[in-house]
Design a protein around this ligand. Structure first.
Ligand code: DLL
Length: 433
C-alpha cells in the first residue's frame, strides 16, 4: 500500500492547489473573524482568487498575529469540532496555540506516513521515538505516522540514555527518530558503550532544528546507519512531517498537494527569483482548525529546480539553512549561525559542536568568541594553530575578526531538545538569539 500519489503531474498539482487555495480563502473568510478582517483590510473577497498567482494579493500572516489572538489564534471552526490543540513555545511572549479537527489529525497522519514511505520504511520497521510528547507536536506526530503507516512505534520521548540504549537493543529498533541534538547525543552514547554490534538501527530521522553536514556525518558514522533523513515541520503547519529528503538526499520533498510554499525576500517580502533562497511562507490547502494564509515561517530555504532522480512527483526545498530571526549583528555585519557552522564544517580537526558568545569589552567594543570542540580523539597540543586557522577562515568568509577557543571533545552541552548556539551577552542581555 502506498500513501504517496504516484500519478501527480504538474498540471494536476496546480489544479489541486488552486482548488485548495479557493477553499481555504472561502473557509477562513466565512469562519474566522480574524482572517475576515485581514482580508477586508486588504480589499480581497474569496471570489477574487481565480488563479494561483492571486496568492500574491493575499496578506501575510505573522507570528505576532498568533500572539495577539491568543489563546485560539486563527481558529476557523466551532469549538465542538476541535479535537485537540498543540502549542510550541515562542522565544518571547505567549505560546503559539493551534487547533486541530479530526480531519486535520487524519491528514497529518497521512502525510507523516508519506514521510516514512519516502524514507523506505516497511511495516516490519520498529521506530524508536525520542522526541517530546504533550503540547509539542513532535512525539504524537511520529507516533500517529507509525499507526497510519503500519510500523511499530517504540514511544519513549527523549527519556534518558540508559532507557534508550536498553530499548534499542531489546526491541531491535531499526529506525531512530529525534532532534538533531538528541541523535548526536545518542550516537556518542552508543559509541561510548560499545553497543554498535548489538543494535539494528539502519535509519535515523531527525529534524526540529538546523544541523550541519558535519553533524549528520558524525551521527551516521558513530551509529553506523545507512541513512540520516531530514524531516521538516512546524507546529503551525500540523507539526513534523511536512516533508522529508529521499534516499538520494538532494533536498526535502514536500507535500505540495496540501500546502503552497512561497519563497520571499525577507526584507521586501516579494517573491525571490526561481531557485533563490529566502524566507519560506506557507499557505495550507485543506487545514480546517487553524488554516494558514501566507504564514511567515522565518525559515530560510529555496525551492529546488528540476525533478529528483528518485522519481517522486513532489517538489523539493533545500534543507533549512537558518532562520531570518536568528541573525545577529556584530560589528555592523549581519551574521547567521549557519554561516559560522558552514565554515566550521569545512575544516579538519574540529568536531560538529560549537557555541558563539557575543560580549562587550570594557572599552565598549564588541567581541565574538567561538568555542568549538576538538575532533574526537585529537590531542590538545595542536589547539593554537587550529584556533588560528578557524579565526582566519571566519575572517576570510564572513569578514569579521573573532576569538576562537578549542575545547575538549564532548565538553559542550548535549541536549535531547533543540541546541542553543548563540549567547548574546552584550548590554547584559543574556537572551539566546
Ligand atoms: O520542531 C516540529 C518538528 C519536530 C519537526 C520534530 C521535525 C522533527 P516547532 O517546535 O514548532 O515544531 O518548531 C518549528 O523548527 O520553523 C524550524 O525553524 C525548525 N525546524 C523544524 N524542522 C527542521 C529541520 C517542530 N528539519 C521550527 N531542519 C521550524 C531545520 C527545522 N530546522
Amino acid at each position: 500500500m502506498s500513501f504517496i500519489p504516484k500519478d501527480l503531474t504538474e498540471d494536476k498539482l496546480k489544479k489541486i492547489q488552486l482548488e485548495g487555495l479557493k477553499w481555504t480563502v472561502g473557509h477562513v473568510y466565512n469562519n474566522s473573524p480574524f482572517y475576515r478582517k485581514k482580508l477586508d483590510n486588504a480589499g480581497i473577497k474569496p471570489e477574487d482568487i481565480r488563479s494561483l498567482d492571486d496568492i500574491q494579493h493575499l496578506p501575510l500572516t505573522d507570528k505576532d498575529d498568533l500572539q495577539k489572538e491568543y489563546p485560539f489564534p486563527l481558529r476557523s471552526v466551532p469549538f465542538e469540532d476541535i479535537v485537540r490543540i498543540h502549542a510550541s513555545s515562542g522565544t518571547t511572549g505567549k505560546r503559539k496555540v493551534l487547533c486541530y479537527t479530526q480531519k486535520d489529525v487524519d491528514v497529518w497522519a497521512d502525510i507523516f506516513a508519506r514521510c516514512y514511505e519516502t524514507a523506505g520504511l516497511t511495516r516490519k520497521d520498529r521506530v524508536q521515538i525520542a522526541v517530546g510528547y504533550g503540547l509539542w507536536t513532535a512525539g504524537v506526530g511520529f507516533q500517529a505516522g507509525c499507526g497510519r503507516f503500519g510500523a511499530m512505534a517504540v514511544a519513549l520521548r527523549p527519556a534518558n540514555a540508559d532507557m534508550h540504549c536498553e530499548m534499542l537493543v531489546d526491541m531491535e529498533t531499526t529506525v531512530f527518530c529525534s532532534t538533531a541534538s538528541m541523535a548526536l547525543l545518542m550516537a556518542e552514547e552508543i559509541h561510548k558503550r560499545d553497543l554498535l554490534s548489538k543494535i539494528k538501527v539502519k535509519k535515523i530521522i531527525l529534524g526540529a532544528e538546523r544541523h550541519s553536514d558535519a553533524m549528520r556525518a558524525r551521527i551516521k558514522e558513530l551509529m553506523g546507519v545507512d541513512h540520516v533523513f531530514d524531516i521538516y515541520g512546524l507546529t503551525e503547519l500540523y507539526g513534523p512531517g511536512t516533508g522529508l529528503d529521499c534516499h538520494l538526499h538532494n533536498g526535502i520533498h514536500y507535500w505540495a498537494d496540501h500546502f503552497i510554499f512561497e519563497i520571499l525576500d525577507p526584507v521586501s517580502l516579494k517573491p525571490v527569483s526561481a531557485g533563490q533562497q529566502g524566507e519560506l511562507v506557507v499557505t495550507t490547502l485543506r487545514k480546517e482548525g487553524s488554516p494558514l494564509i501566507r504564514y511567515r515561517t522565518y525559515d530560510v530555504t529555496r525551492i529546488m529546480d528540476g525533478a529528483c532522480p528518485c522519481g517522486s512527483s513532489f517538489p523539493m526545498h533545500d534543507r533549512i539553512l537558518g532562520r531570518t530571526d536568528d541573525m545577529f549583528i556584530y560589528k555592523a555585519v549581519n551574521i547567521y549561525p549557519s554561516q559560522i557552522d558552514h565554515v566550521l564544517s569545512r575544516l579538519d580537526g574540529i568536531g560538529s559542536e560549537f557555541q558563539i558568545y557575543l560580549k562587550q569589552r570594557e572599552s565598549g567594543r564588541d567581541m565574538m568568541l567561538i568555542k568549538v570542540e576538538r575532533e574526537a580523539g585529537a590531542k590538545n597540543a595542536d589547539d593554537d594553530p587550529l584556533a588560528e586557522q578557524v579565526a582566519t577562515e571566519i575572517r576570510r568568509k564572513i569578514l569579521v575578526r573573532c576569538q576562537v577557543e578549542i575545547v575538549d571533545y564532548g565538553s559542550l552541552p548535549r541536549t535531547e531538545r533543540k541546541s542553543r548556539r548563540v549567547f548574546d551577552q552584550r548590554n547584559n542581555d543574556t537572551a539566546a538569539v
